[in-house]
Design a protein around this ligand. Sequence first.
Ligand code: TMP
Ligand code: ASP
Length: 238
Amino acid sequence: MQKLEMIYEGKAKRVYVTEDPALLIVDYKDDATAFNGEKKGTIVGKGIINNQMSNRLMQRLERAGVPTHFVQELSERETLVKRVQIVPLEVIVRNTAAGSFSKRYGVEEGLVFDEPTIEFSYKNDALGDPLINTTHIAAIHLATPEELDAIRRYALRANEVLRAFWASCGITLVDFKLEFGRLSDGTIILADEISPDTCRLWDSKTGEKLDKDRFRRDLGGVEDAYAEVMRRLREHDE
Ligand code: TMP
Ligand code: ASP
């Protein structure tokens, strides 16, 4: 399958059409941004790691009953995926307080919740991706109540599967962001990526941050952290 015209360029990926109208090719870049594009940089090798990591995790989720856009890894940075219309929501699941949750509620980072939380942001750069509740989602027709039910169910199932898998790698899954899309028949599937760009991953023993917070917070060792997470994933992903 060949890349044809580029139809979208995001902060971390380019998306191309193929001869098959139902399939796209995603090409992962090393570019990193934070705070709605205010901070820009490069994480050398990130595109390769995020591509390969996301593909392995999506295949694991498929096996556990979460439908995804993954079709086939084509190269280090390129993957064939099902074409979807993205539901403009960032779906965030949290097991431990961190980031915007800690800031908003004045809760220390690291507080472990009794049950996972789920929240939605409206994907809209001009508005700064504001938090949105489910009645507001329905009011502006971002998703139907049935679609939201499926999204919630898949996101919580993904959390169970990913949390257990990362635990087996000695990594605590603190929180993560998912995006979903609609196939042409309206079926909801998981899209976008699952990587250290979109998850908070802490070493279970030392608490060391092994994710994009190293870039967001200028902690250094960004490339090493991504490589370490990928190394552990390979070791435990048969
Ligand atoms: P937050 O604490 O900043 O809301 O982030 C929650 C999780 O979502 C964290 O794992 C990082 C991820 N995330 C993204 O993938 N993209 C984003 O634009 C934001 C704000 C967070
Ligand atoms: N806010 C995103 C992040 O920190 C990136 C961005 O919006 O530029 O992951």
